[in-house]
Design a protein around this ligand. Sequence first.
Ligand SMILES: *Cc1c(COP(=O)(O)O)cnc(C)c1O
Length: 236
Amino acid sequence: MSGGGRREEVAAGLAAVQQRIDAACRAAGRTADEVTLVVVTKFFPASDVRILADLQVAAVGENRHQEAQAKAAECGDLGIRWHYVGGLQSNKAAAVASYADVVESVDRPKLVRGLARGAAERGAGPLRCLVQVSLDPPEAQGRAGVAPGELPALADLVASTPELELGGLMAVAPLGEDPDEAFSRLAGLREQFLVDHPEARVLSAGMSGDLEEAVRHGATHVRVGRAVLGERPSVQ
Ligand SMILES: *Cc1c(COP(=O)(O)O)cnc(C)c1O
């Protein structure tokens, strides 16, 4: 496929998603500028990131350290912001902090030291972090995201770490649950969270299949892959 063809495809996907965001904002009595689109580029090549930057996309998301690191290096000239949204091993945390502009998936205290060290080595100021909270039923918790009961302590730890900046919360709706109900619970958790951390207003929630429900419940960032870029190439 020619580069021109791909650009048109991505531009069309982007326009369709932006329309969905606009409509969801209108329906929720919010303005479209309250919601930032993070295009999740995992499995897609650096050339797609280049196209997205050319189409004025400000932020991309990645969920695997090696792939993210390589792409960020290849796209260092673009000025696009890199959001790390994937599961994080504590021995990779410092490395992720060397290129990520936002780490959305902070879900346990063990990650904080490595992220802080990486941010200090990079020397670009405090690293913006979101705490990923689990919306799974209690018996399924522990996979990704801190359990709601442990959220306050983790948020306090991030907020009190000078190399890090607590930006807000991130969550993924559980498979098989109505996303409207899941994000409604998330909105309740966030209300409580904002009492302690009024500045940490980012709420990253909503993907290709449930961005409308997320916007209805206050998302400030939606993370969308397939609806912009098409079906992902099969798992590597
Ligand atoms: C892959 C991924 C997304 C994007 O999912 P789509 O269904 O492609 O929109 C969002 N958030 C996280 C954490 C992801 O891993």
